[in-house]
Design a protein around this ligand. Structure first.
Ligand SMILES: [Zn+2]
Length: 403
């Protein structure tokens, strides 16, 4: 090995070989030398700012992409309910969709949420589907409200793509698909899609079948939440030929929050507290689904581990109207069966008795509607009580449980 010389040739870089960028930096420094100290400082601050911005806003890939679809909108009002409210289905679906968006984005920074609409517009049904497919969304939730000829029909249901030819599934899918035929160029774009023709589903089931299990799972989580935590009548998870759930290439659920043709349910779904409760229920179902299928990396876990209370959102309205439902000599336990499905229940002590009330209504009319609902649920002596103050503490009440 002796005598071996290692030549390290220094590479000379001529002025001509310096890159354009390098020359620019040299030029800038040259100019800075000639400039006042103040200007130099400004340039340095700007450069520092740029570095800071690029660090702070380095994009991190989301754990999942969720599309929230508020049904109907713009020229399509959806169902008109009983006709007592100016708001039709399109308004209620948007209100709940926006609440759900806010609840999820506050708690899951790792979820990218895309809305098919966030105002009173009507994106064509096929465009909503195309949007979700084009961005490779991981989940599609479409929010609707039901309607029926009889005012007695009541309850919430979830629908996934399927070939169920039951009367109920056909009724709902024809109702929800109805507006498609009013879209421009309907014949060209929806050719072959016949909601009441089983052949349509045989072709489509091949596409959606790989997502069916997950869609059913989310549907059942949603129904459990509606029933157990918001006290809604459970109409179950069904399969139906909705265009949106059939053509999206990802797990998809279409939710019917309740019947706007049922006066009590219409009042509930038009009230702030009703909408908050329904959006909270959707949030909790989504959370369980996400933890299983799209968990966040350890470092990006949801910050507060507390479950959502609608009241967390804002200060309580003053006055707050609630519906008193029960009185007891001793405080009830948190898991008392009588408090199940009453997430907004509060407890307060009056004249040596423990009293329980539900609802956080800003308007007495809302509380009256809730009172009627609670009476139907078996609290026959329910009545409305008014509380002053904008916090639980100042109102002298305490929430029965965290959720
Ligand atoms: Zn609808």
């Amino acid at each position: 090995m002796e005598g071996v010389l290692i030549h390290i040739r220094a590479r000379k870089i001529s002025a001509r070989q310096t890159t354009r960028k390098g020359r620019d930096v040299l030029d800038l420094m040259e100019r800075m030398k000639r400039q006042s100290k103040l200007t130099k400082r400004a340039v340095l601050w700007a450069m520092g700012g740029l570095i800071f911005l690029s660090v702070a806003f380095t994009p991190v890939a989301p754990s999942m992409v969720l599309v929230i679809d508020a049904g109907h909108g713009g020229s399509d009002p959806g169902n008109l309910g009983t006709g007592r409210y100016k708001a039709t289905e399109k308004t209620v679906t948007l209100d709940v969709a926006l609440l759900l968006r806010d609840y999820i984005s506050e708690r899951f920074p790792d979820v990218e949420i895309v809305m098919t609409r966030d105002g009173d517009t009507y994106p064509k049904i096929r465009e909503r589907v195309k949007l979700a497919n084009n961005i490779n969304a991981d989940l599609f939730i479409s929010i609707h409200c039901d309607a029926f000829t009889s005012p007695n029909a009541v309850g919430s249901s979830s629908f996934v793509m399927g070939m169920d030819r039951s009367k109920e599934s056909l009724r709902v899918s024809m109702q929800e698909n109805a507006f498609i035929s009013r879209e421009q160029d309907y014949e060209t774009f929806y050719e072959g899609f016949k909601p009441d023709d089983p052949d349509t589903y045989i072709a489509l089931s091949l596409r959606q079948s790989i997502f069916l299990q997950q869609s059913l799972e989310l549907g059942s989580l949603i129904q459990t939440q509606f029933k157990q935590r918001v006290g809604r009548k459970d109409r179950g998870v069904r399969q139906a030929g909705y265009y949106v759930t059939c053509f999206t290439q990802m797990p998809s659920v279409l939710v019917e929050l309740g019947f706007l043709t049922n006066p009590t349910e219409e009042e509930f779904l038009n009230s702030n507290s009703g909408q908050e409760l329904m959006a909270s229920a959707l949030l909790r179902a989504f959370r369980t689904y996400k933890e299983k299928y799209h968990p966040a990396p350890e470092s990006r876990r949801e910050t507060p581990a507390i479950e959502l209370l609608p009241e967390e959102k804002t200060a309580l309205p003053s006055p707050t109207f609630r519906v008193q439902i029960m009185t007891a000599g001793l405080p009830l336990k948190e898991d008392d069966a009588r408090l199940q499905g009453l997430p907004s229940a509060v407890e307060y002590l009056r004249n040596g008795l423990y009293k329980y009330a539900v609802g956080n209504c800003a308007k007495s009319a809302e509380a009256n509607a809730l009172k009627v609902q609670m009476q139907k649920q078996g609290f026959s002596d329910a009545f409305v009580v008014k509380f002053e103050g904008t916090s639980f503490e100042s109102q002298g009440v305490k929430p029965v449980r965290k959720n």
